[in-house]
Design a protein around this ligand. Sequence first.
Ligand code: ZN
Length: 98
Amino acid sequence: MNALGVKPTITKGFRTAAEQQALRKNPGNYPVAKGASWHQAAQAVDFDHYDRNFPIIHAIMAKHGFVWGGGYGDPVHFQLAPKGTNPDSSLLDKVGGN
Ligand SMILES: [Zn+2]
């Protein structure tokens, strides 16, 4: 993205289990994963979707296989795994998200 002059604002990357639990209690504007979040597995990222370059960010993320959360009310969110899936706890153990 930087090569195209796009410097996206990442609003969230990795999230601990404690942070995920706090988000469930106080969800804010976007839906919260019912089970473990792909953020806890370090396989999801949120961007500032009000960025004027968001269409470019979206296209690059899609090109690299990320699924956009905009189709289910989470326009800031991209994850590698299909919609409606959750990471298993062995993966979370490996990256510290459990
Ligand atoms: Zn997210």
